[in-house]
Design a protein around this ligand. Structure first.
Ligand code: C2E
Ligand code: MG
Ligand code: MG
Ligand code: MG
Length: 278
């Protein structure tokens, strides 16, 4: 009957909602366990200077090595951690781990590079962020000029005055700040010029498809960065064709599978060594 069907639909609907809810709850507690049981790890993706061919930086990217489910992508669990607030604790761990690892590579004698850490909005809005960054640098012994914090364009666009104030404090501390996924938001030139950031990271959507329109966007982001005395890096570079285009357009740096995927720390020493040779 019609009534029966309705009831059925209603039940189905309910079941799927509570299923989702249960999944979220279990993700919650599993994520909490993950932090305690050291299931989280960082991989590092090299960033290469187009001019010198040298590695100038590494972006730290979180991985969840789940005991049953294998590697879980940050795209899956970071949004959950942002909703339930665990991103604060996770983010602290990421920053500390990345600084510690970078200092260790320097102590092992590799040419110093900058390590980039992604900040989520909640983390960036923490009142004691600058103090925590300072503490972590002190605890790990990493010099501030070897840490870069990545914020997204959309984060930069809310709470303008507060953000600018925080960015100035971070600059005084000596760390770098870059704007990640640039080009996907709506910031204006006037707006950007007020931001004390050192680098724009062109979002990979503009790199992956070599359409005329995307190339025009990439060119204008490069020119804009340079006219604002900022560096510019292209994300998601996968082909020689893209690399050549970016080189011709005087992009400063590239990051992408064309050069290297994100790698576990133990594989980085090979990359460092080969970068010295070339
Ligand atoms: P993102 O910060 O924009 O990082 C770049 C993403 O592009 C990474 O994905 C990287 O693996 C991927 N990528 C790099 N080169 C290429 C390429 O040539 N082709 C393609 N198709 N992809 C490439 P991943 O590691 O899955 O991270 C996804 C996002 O998760 C990051 O985007 C970032 O927003 C977030 N995330 C990762 N780690 C952290 C973290 O520690 N904290 C926070 N808050 N967010 C993180
Ligand atoms: Mg990033
Ligand atoms: Mg990005
Ligand atoms: Mg991102």
């Amino acid at each position: 009957t019609v009534k029966g069907r309705h009831r059925n639909n209603y039940l189905c609907y309910n079941a799927s909602i509570s299923e989702k809810f249960e999944k979220m709850l279990s993700m919650d507690s599993e994520l909490r366990k993950a932090l305690k049981q050291e299931q989280l790890e960082l991989h590092y993706q090299p960033q290469k200077s187009i001019g010198t061919g040298k590695i100038v930086g590494l972006e730290a990217l979180i991985r969840w090595n789940h005991p049953d489910k294998g590697m879980i992508s940050p795209a899956t669990f970071i949004p959950i951690a942002e909703k339930n607030g665990q991103i604060i604790e996770i983010g602290e761990w990421v920053m500390k781990e990345a600084c510690k690892q970078n200092k260790q590579w320097q102590d092992e004698g590799f040419a110093p590079v900058i390590v980039g850490v992604n900040l989520s909005a909640l983390q960036f809005l923490q009142k004691d962020l600058v103090f925590r960054v300072k503490q972590i640098l002190e605890e790990t012994g990493l010099a501030p000029e070897y840490l870069e914090l990545e914020i997204t364009e959309s984060m930069a666009m809310t709470n303008e005055e507060y953000i600018i104030h925080t960015l100035k404090e971070l600059r005084e501390l000596g760390v770098h700040v870059s704007i990640d996924d640039f080009g996907t938001g709506y910031s204006s030139l006037k707006y950007l010029s007020r931001f004390p950031v050192s680098k724009l990271k062109i979002d990979k959507v503009f790199i992956s498809e070599n359409q005329k329109q995307n190339q025009a966007i990439v060119k204008s982001i490069i020119h804009m960065s340079h006219s604002l005395n900022m560096k510019v890096i292209a994300e998601g570079v996968e082909t020689a064709e893209q690399w050549n285009f970016l080189k011709n357009e005087k992009c400063d740096e590239i990051q992408g599978y064309f050069y290297s995927k994100p790698l576990p720390p133990e594989q980085l020493s090979d990359v460092f060594n080969s970068s010295i040779v070339h």
